[in-house]
Design a protein around this ligand. Structure first.
Ligand code: NAD
Ligand code: MLT
Length: 529
């Protein structure tokens, strides 16, 4: 088999690949050049030099796997790869320490103006007045996203005697405490922090999380660090706040558009900004680590072994595939509906299988359900192989049970999600053997397809509830694609499920919540799952 490796991948990983396959190490290529030759290859491995577009994937007729020597897969068209049956895998752990240490270095360099002072000396000046900094000791560091990198930044800055608070709605208090982080809500973090550092993946929720509005809630003279993903901030809002003095210092490694030039760099000429060109993972150790990890993944994939770092797929055991295969989409989407219903970090997931599913191996379906729970919050790397492991890391207890007790549906999946604030129950089944339907939510019997954008609204069972919501949606130009009201449920209460053409803006959600008799409104996005 033949493997294409771009020349930004460390030699260690390339050596490993060469022990198994024919390997061509190629310089940076334009899309059209790559399209001409990619048809010969079984695997493509790159750090970030190549953008692996849909067009390249369409020409990759033999390609079985794309390996990313790093964590972010934003340079790969993953849906296109999935549609062509190509596994995408990454190397999520190898550069964690490098990115952590870079964050700490950036934070300290910014605080003490080290690059600026160095530049001044290089220019032949002896200026000791322009570079006064502050001490970090005793100050509060707000960490947005307390995952692998965020938690390590926390423990390192605790070593510098900083107080560490964190905003991460997807981890438990217990997990946060274990790394010395006090969990707070987003606004509290913005208000209380002297320093703010972001370590989330880029998702719909985190895109432009640090914008002018968020900055306005920060302390005057706050310092800001971004070594995660550039699009998590609005760089112009950050630059404006530096200019006005609201932000006293910013340390930035990543940008919504890369590479930066003089023309498209919003931070040019700003004395209080320290910038690096996406160097978070640029250490010898990290580049060896990710190259070896990605090589091992590609070797496993091409030689037919399970891959722990697959981003978009995993082998399904053949013996059970025939029975469980039709239920995969249902299970995954039940998980997604569940995470949108949950008001706090999930602590327990219980999955009960009845009917045909009670007599077969259902572990893979439970994994699909967990993937559905975690995908909206961890986007880039939850897959059928690692979803269980990711849940475990977040201290989510998983229980599976089988039951032959008679129920309304011959075969069904019931999922119970517990959080510190309560419990949610979702029941799903297949109609006509392949049509995924949610048939129960929190004790209400209902019937809707978990697809596209959905609004779930428990409400008082009285006239004109539907009418009022429909009017609001109509006024906002939102098309209603389908509507269902619960058939049985709680005394005096009901639930409605409305399928809509697009995501609802927050103000419309708030206005629906404001309708008298509406108990809650959950906007669920099943798109892209
Ligand atoms: P991770 O998945 O281990 O941690 C991400 C954390 O963010 C999770 O705990 C998750 O619960 C939390 N999160 C998700 N959505 C959130 C939201 N809306 N609000 C608050 N928290 C939320 O990821 P990681 O490995 O720690 O990586 C963090 C970031 O660093 C990623 O964006 C990654 O691509 C980036 N990264 C950058 C470099 C670099 O070179 N600068 C190197 C490595 C990683
Ligand atoms: C990553 O996604 O791993 C990082 O952005 C680092 C990189 O690959 O350069």
């Amino acid at each position: 088999m033949k493997v294409f490796v771009s020349n930004d991948v460390n030699a260690k990983g390339i050596e490993l690949l060469k022990q198994h396959f024919d390997v061509d190490v190629m310089p940076n290529m334009k899309e059209d050049e790559l399209c001409k030759i990619i048809g010969e290859y079984d695997a493509l491995v790159s750090r970030s030099q190549i953008s692996i577009t849909k067009k390249i994937i369409e020409h990759a007729t033999k390609l079985k796997v794309i390996g990313r020597a790093g964590v972010g897969v934003d340079n790969i068209d993953v849906p296109a790869a999935t549609a062509h049956g190509i596994m995408v895998l990454n190397a999520p752990e190898g550069n964690t320490l490098a990115a952590t240490e870079h964050t700490v270095a950036m934070l300290m360099s910014m605080t003490r103006h080290i690059p600026q002072a160095h530049q001044s000396l290089q220019e032949g000046k002896w200026d000791r007045k322009s570079f006064d900094g502050i001490q970090v000791q005793g100050r509060t560091l707000g960490i947005i996203g307390v995952g692998r990198i965020g938690s390590r930044v926390a423990t390192r800055m605790q070593g510098m005697e900083m107080r560490t608070i964190g905003y991460d709605p997807y981890i438990t208090e217990e997990r946060a405490h274990s790394v010395g982080v006090e969990l707070v809500d987003f606004d509290t973090l913005l208000k209380e922090s002297d320093y703010i550092t972001i370590h989330t993946p880029l998702t719909k929720e985190t895109e432009k999380m640090i914008d002018a509005e968020a900055i306005s809630k920060m302390k005057d003279g706050v310092r800001f660090v971004n070594c995660a993903r550039g699009a998590c901030m609005d760089p112009y809002a950050v630059a404006d706040a530096v200019k006005s003095g609201k932000i006293a210092g910013a340390a930035i490694d990543v940008y919504p558009w890369e590479p930066l030039t003089k023309e498209n760099n919003p931070f040019i000429g700003l004395f209080n900004v320290v910038q690096t060109p996406h160097l978070g993972a640029s250490t010898k150790e990290a580049q060896i680590g990710v190259s070896v990890d990605v090589a091992v993944g590609v070797i496993d994939a091409l030689e037919g072994r399970p891959v722990m770092t697959a981003v978009n797929m995993a082998p399904i055991p053949k013996s059970v595939a025939a029975v469980i295969q039709p239920y995969f989409k249902l299970a995954e989407r039940m998980g997604t509906v569940g995470i949108y219903l949950a008001d706090a970090a999930i602590t327990d997931i219980e999955v009960e299988y009845t009917g045909d599913l009670a007599d077969t191996e259902t572990q893979a379906l439970t994994t699909a359900l967990i993937k559905g729970v975690l995908t909206p919050i961890l986007q880039e790397r939850v897959n059928y192989v690692n979803a269980g492991q990711e849940a475990k890391k977040r201290n989510i207890s998983i229980k599976e049970s089988k039951s032959h007790k008679p129920s309304y549906y011959h075969t069904a999946i019931t999922c119970r999600l517990k959080t510190s604030k309560g419990e949610h129950e979702i029941v799903g089944t297949l109609f006509n053997g392949n049509e995924a339907k949610i048939v129960g939510i929190d004790g209400y019997r209902i019937d809707f397809k978990p697809e596209g954008y959905l609004i779930l609204a428990p409400h008082e069972d009285k006239p004109n509830m539907i009418g009022q919501i429909a009017t609001l949606l109509g006024q906002a130009g939102i098309n209603i694609n389908g509507m269902q009201v619960g058939q049985t449920g709680h005394e005096g209460m009901n639930i409605m499920a409305i399928a809509v053409s697009n995501d609802l803006p927050n103000d419309i959600i708030l206005r629906i919540k404001g309708i008298e008799g509406i108990q809650d409104v959950k906007m669920i996005n099943c798109e892209g799952i």
